[in-house]
Every structure is written in C-alpha cells, then in structure tokens.
Design a protein around this ligand. Structure first.
Ligand SMILES: *[C@@H]1O[C@H](CO)[C@@H](O)[C@H](O)[C@H]1NC(C)=O
Ligand SMILES: *[C@@H]1O[C@H](CO)[C@@H](O)[C@H](O)[C@H]1NC(C)=O
Ligand SMILES: *[C@@H]1O[C@H](CO)[C@@H](O)[C@H](O)[C@H]1NC(C)=O
Length: 187
C-alpha cells in the first residue's frame, strides 16, 4: 500500500516537472529580427451586388432619421459583404477569392464609405491567405486608393495599398464591379 502511494506521488511530481505551465502568464521580449521582405502585386475584379435574389452585399442597419432619404446608402448605413473576386470583369470568370466584411456610409456630403474588408484568396500561391483593408473609400472618384493594414498566412505582417478603378456602376441598384491593383509588402 505504502509503495503504491510513493509511486503515485512520484508520478504526480514527474507530471508536474514535465508538463509546461499553460496557466501561467508569459511574456518574452527579444530584439526584432527583420526578415527579407517581398512585394506582391495582385490584380482582380471585385463584384459588389446589392440587387437580385442573391445579393453579395446586404444592408444591415441604417439610422431611422434617414427614412425619407431614398439614396442607396444614406449616411450611417452599414452593409455586410461576401463579394466574389474574379480574374476578369465578368462575374462568370474564374473566382480567386472573396472579400468579406463591412462598409459604412460615412460622409454627410459626397457618397463615401469606410471599408473594413478581409480579402481571402482561394486559389493559386495565396490560397488560404488574406489581406486586411481598413480604409476610407471615396466611391464618387472613379480612381481611388485603399490602405492595406495587415494580413494572414503568406501575407502575415502585410502592409500596402490597393488602387481601384470603377469598371461598372449601376446608379439605381448600387451594383458595382471594381478593378483592383494591390501592392503588398510582406514576409
Ligand atoms: C428614431 O428612433 C428613436 C429611438 O427609438 C426615436 O426616439 C425617434 O423618434 C425615431 N426617429 C424617427 C425619425 O423615426
Ligand atoms: C485551396 O486550399 C484548400 C484548403 O487547403 C483546398 O481544399 C483547395 O483545394 C485549394 N484550392 C486550390 C485551387 O488550390
Ligand atoms: C493596374 O495595373 C495595370 C498595369 O500596370 C494597369 O494597366 C491598370 O490600369 C491598373 N489598374 C488600376 C485599377 O490601377
């Protein structure tokens, strides 16, 4: 009986020494090791469809004080998107990823949005990786720029910019096709 207790205690002690203490607060600071950075250019088309039975952009909320405003995105409206990214300007061309996130109509005078997007790629070298965009998007300008503030996977620690050109816009429905040229600096 005593032997069993000693053995039990020994096993508990062994367990305690060999098991990392996951429940402890942990912090370690080391000098920053800068790795070789690369630049990647990406080109694709973004399809933001508000109309039809299967829209890829949906209105989530809008302030009730704009209820008489008949525009598509009155000040303060929030849209959620799951927009396909394609190789060519046609929606039928090959899909290489999806842009998911939100945009908020953020200007009281000219139509302008603030975009909170994650562009996730599902094909080629960057399959499974994504880039994060957080930026003002002055949609009234045909050519504009968005800031790339981060990324995941192969785009970890990314930063850069996206140059946008409106390829198609239906002013009645808000449906848009936008050409993107993204320059990303990443590891
Ligand atoms: C908007 O909603 C608030 C809170 O429910 C209400 O007090 C206000 O009267 C509404 N305004 C309009 C224009 O409907
Ligand atoms: C992308 O990655 C997923 C998950 O690893 C895989 O199932 C899929 O086949 C890949 N697609 C392409 C086009 O490589
Ligand atoms: C993207 O880059 C290509 C090649 O430099 C150029 O022809 C095209 O106009 C650019 N498009 C945008 C939206 O900047």
């Amino acid at each position: 009986m005593e032997k069993m207790q000693v053995l039990g205690l020994a096993l508990i002690l062994l367990y305690m020494v060999t098991t990392p203490a996951y429940c402890q607060y942990y912090s370690q600071t080391v000098p920053y090791e800068s790795l070789q950075e690369k630049t990647t250019n990406l080109h694709f088309f973004f399809h933001d469809t508000l109309s039809g039975k299967n829209p890829s952009a949906v209105l989530v909320a809008r302030p009730n004080i704009t209820k008489d405003d008949k525009s598509i995105a009155p000040f303060g409206s929030i849209f959620a998107i799951d927009d396909p990214l394609t190789v060519g300007p046609e929606l039928t061309s090959e899909v290489i990823g999806k842009a998911q996130g939100l945009y908020v109509s953020s200007s009281q005078d000219v139509p302008s949005l603030v975009a909170y997007f994650d562009f996730g790629f599902t094909s080629g070298e960057f399959n499974g990786s994504s880039i994060s965009v957080f930026s003002r998007n002055p949609i009234a300008d045909t050519e504009r720029e968005l800031a790339v503030v981060g990324g995941r996977g192969k785009f970890r620690m990314a930063r850069g910019f996206a140059q946008l050109k409106t390829y198609f816009l239906d002013k009645t429905t808000g449906d848009a096709i936008v050409e993107y040229n993204v320059t990303v600096i990443h590891y």
